[in-house]
Design a protein around this ligand. Sequence first.
Ligand SMILES: Cc1cc2nc3c(=O)[nH]c(=O)nc-3n(C[C@H](O)[C@H](O)[C@H](O)COP(=O)(O)OP(=O)(O)OC[C@H]3O[C@@H](n4cnc5c(N)ncnc54)[C@H](O)[C@@H]3O)c2cc1C
Length: 523
Amino acid sequence: MAWTRRALLERVGAIGGAGAAYLAMEAMGVTARTPPGAENFALPRGSGNGRSVLILGAGIAGLVSAYELSQAGYAVKVIEARDRIGGRAWTIRGRQRIVQSGRADQYSDFSPGLYFNAGAARIPATHRAILGYARRFGVKLEPFVNANRSAGWDFGGTVQREGRMVNDVRSQIVELLAKAIDQHALDRAVPKGELEMIRQFLTPYGSLDGKGDYVPDGRNGFAVDPGGYAQAPVALAPLGWAQLLPSDAIILPYLFDTIPEMQAAMVQPVGGMDRIAYAIYDRVKPLVQLNSPISAIRQVGGRVVIEHGPGKQASSADYCICTLPMPILARIPSDFSAAKKKALTSVDYVKSVKLAFQGPRFWETDDNIFGGPAWTDRMNENILYPSHDLGAPLGVLVAAYCAGWTRRENPQAFAALSHEERFRISLESVEAMHPGRSKLLSRGVTVAWGLTPYSEGVGAQWPDFGAETGTRGPDYAELLKPEGPIVFAGEHLSYLPTWQEGAALSAQAALKVLQSMVREHAA
Ligand SMILES: Cc1cc2nc3c(=O)[nH]c(=O)nc-3n(C[C@H](O)[C@H](O)[C@H](O)COP(=O)(O)OP(=O)(O)OC[C@H]3O[C@@H](n4cnc5c(N)ncnc54)[C@H](O)[C@@H]3O)c2cc1C
């Protein structure tokens, strides 16, 4: 999942939801509302009555579609280009080939038990549909640490602990507010009684003294730690504004865990994010044809005909659920309307880059960092410490997650670098956070999603990214429309783009549309 700063600011305070997707469905005449939990979703048993459906793509949207349709008695076949399922929910283990367009292939070489979530990595509590499928199919979940006050922030060439930055910035703002109240600057803005209440609250909240000055109490960390005997703690001196705001790239780290979907405590499947996709796959495996890239999509006599695979085999069915990412679908020859073809090119995909090494867990043993992100204004943007298998001898350190978190232009620029350059920049960043230890990392691999065949990006970056406004305009409305017997799904159609939840919810919405088409044809 990627964030530009602009997207973040649009998103803060706007809890994403699937409301608009459901409204669109209602507009299409599908009135039955379904709560978004997977356990609550089911098409009527037997309603498929043997009608055939081709599903294009075996990512989350395709797998959810395959499972739910097969449960309802449809004859389902899934066509997938890759030699694996899961799409952008991709976990790399052991020795795996990593193909990047225009680059030499890489081969991962992680030790047994280690893995790298090259795509999706975390799930917030609000994602009821994807969590519902995990629960339904017995996928074990564990905590994912998404904020860590012990991790470092490396901005403007200086590394500080997150806890120091976050607490100092709060107290410095609180001090300004207290002074504004004390100097009667807010007398006309807030009723007197409320001002007194606020002023009282600010003293403990910001660790202020009787004069309203910030006096650190250790929330920002200690210069001398509390000791066992006769070692009284000494709080760190407060940082000033120049140190707290060394560059405009630092805004998002301050806000990160206030984003509704980026809660401090999130979850991940034990063993890798692809466990959820594989749990669904286990229920539909015989229906899935791998290694079969789709090369044409046609409608013949009201049915859909798909050309796919190295031998250009043709498969046909009564209906189709198409979950292919927009940049790929836009290039596949089809008899889609001109409006649909135009709409498919209307949105850019976020082009994030991830990069990981394995190594001994020096971040735990030497620095007591157990999970969570570190932030930097270097091009790698994020370091992610593993939340799982704490205390194991080895771990996978995600040394770059460049998604435009700090600067919008970073992902494109980082992706353009050679693999070696990306490794160098990421190792320098680790070295700044953990002096002397970057040399312990090895076996690096890097995935630029814009260069990843059959994905070509993280997901759709709608102009209203994250805001539940329902104002995406005519291209979005066009993308939601079926083309004859072909109904569309995928994260890009949801109001939770770049999340697995969006993919699952879009599939459920598409299935209801398909179901209403079946009913109409039967009437
Ligand atoms: C770097 C990154 C970080 C992310 N972080 C998170 C996160 O933390 N949490 C979260 O929930 N989500 C996250 N996401 C988003 C999440 O992974 C996606 O939104 C979701 O997996 C998309 O599912 P989908 O089914 O819509 O598409 P996909 O997973 O892309 O599925 C489409 C399928 O179609 C196949 N396909 C493509 N072209 C063809 C063709 N020509 N013929 C046949 N098959 C084809 C693909 O191989 C793929 O399997 C992240 C994604 C990325 C890349």
